[in-house]
Design a protein around this ligand. Structure first.
Ligand code: NAD
Length: 296
């Protein structure tokens, strides 16, 4: 079997176009422009790139983008004061604090100081609890993007066997909750899982979120399974730097029914879902119906 490629780049462009349409309607019919505030502390080069592209895409879909760049030695009190200000600012519907934060700042404390209704990353403890209990919440962007691609490909996921490899709070755990919410039978595998190949071989859906280059070979994949590769790993090959996923794409594509490439799979969906979450937060805070197909 040669797998169908799930084109995350094209899908993300479609999601952003849907968001842009809804934003235009909100402006015209309600006089509201959604606003996303992004807070960056320090000068981590990767974080600077992410923040720049988030800002650019926010503006491209017609939203207001507010960037707050703070010195690396900003105190916790000053950061919390800024978040408090953004929490109380009616023009700001979404707040994202770019992680990781410098070591002297308590990430949990900072994230939990964001108004949960504006927590477009979905990392606030209230949103984690709401997702875990199947209630309306803000859903973390990367797993939301994976869910959208799976729903688009399969329609219903009900009754499917899903394996999520990785149990991080950012990807693995919320991904498993979302799949459970769509009535999959879910296994969460991790570094201590016994016989990972056997666990993966049973899965109709494999989501790999580990951060180890090409650790899942094709012969672990059940014939016809759908493979969602979240991993982004930079490796040196043939004297060049290359991005690869957690799945060995070439061998997995020979057995899978469908697979996301790296790059061009899950990656572009993350920012698209951040914009979708900002729109959702804006609609909710104004008592307006939520955009269809853009939430869990
Ligand atoms: P993490 O380091 O927080 O978690 C990795 C998980 O993998 C852990 O739960 C660990 O138990 C598990 N693990 C480690 N070794 C394992 C092994 N040998 N077998 C099975 N499980 C093992 O990472 P994360 O933040 O969840 O990110 C995972 C990957 O996804 C990284 O490559 C990251 O860059 C990527 N990522 C991509 C996006 C995106 O937008 N596409 C977003 C977030 C993360």
């Amino acid at each position: 079997m040669v797998a169908q490629v799930i084109d995350g780049k094209a899908f993300a462009a479609k999601v952003r176009a849907q968001v842009a349409d809804q934003v235009a309607k909100l402006k015209e019919e309600n006089g509201i422009t959604p606003g996303l505030a992004v807070v960056l502390v320090g000068e981590d080069p990767a974080s600077q790139v992410y923040v720049r592209s988030k800002g650019k895409m926010t503006v491209e879909v017609g939203m207001n983008s507010y960037e707050h760049k703070l010195d690396v030695d900003t105190s916790e009190a000053d950061l919390l004061a800024l978040i408090e200000k953004l929490n109380n600012d009616p023009a700001v519907h979404g707040i994202l604090v770019q992680l990781p934060l410098p070591k002297h700042l308590n990430e949990d404390l900072v994230i939990n100081s964001i108004d949960p209704a504006k927590d477009v990353d979905g990392f606030h403890i209230s949103n984690v609890g709401l997702l875990g209990t199947g209630q309306k919440s803000m859903v973390p962007c990367t797993p939301l993007g994976c869910l959208m691609m799976l729903r688009d490909h399969h329609g219903s996921l009900s009754g499917m066997d899903a394996v999520v490899i990785g149990r991080s709070n950012i990807v693995g755990k919320p991904m498993a909750q979302l799949l459970l919410g769509d009535s999959c039978t879910v296994t969460i595998a991790h570094s201590r899982t016994k016989d990972l190949p056997d666990v993966v071989r049973r899965a109709d859906i494999v989501v790999a979120a580990v951060g180890r280059p090409e650790m899942v070979p094709g012969d672990w994949i059940k014939e016809g399974a759908t493979v969602i590769d979240v991993g982004i790993n930079r490796i040196e090959r043939d004297g060049k730097t290359k991005l690869v996923g957690d799945v060995d794409y070439a061998s997995a594509a020979e057995r899978a029914g469908a697979i996301t490439p790296v790059p061009g799979g899950v990656g572009p969906m993350t920012i698209a879902c951040l914009l979708a979450n900002t729109l959702t937060a804006c609609c909710r805070s104004n008592g307006l119906p939520e955009p269809e197909g853009l939430t869990a």
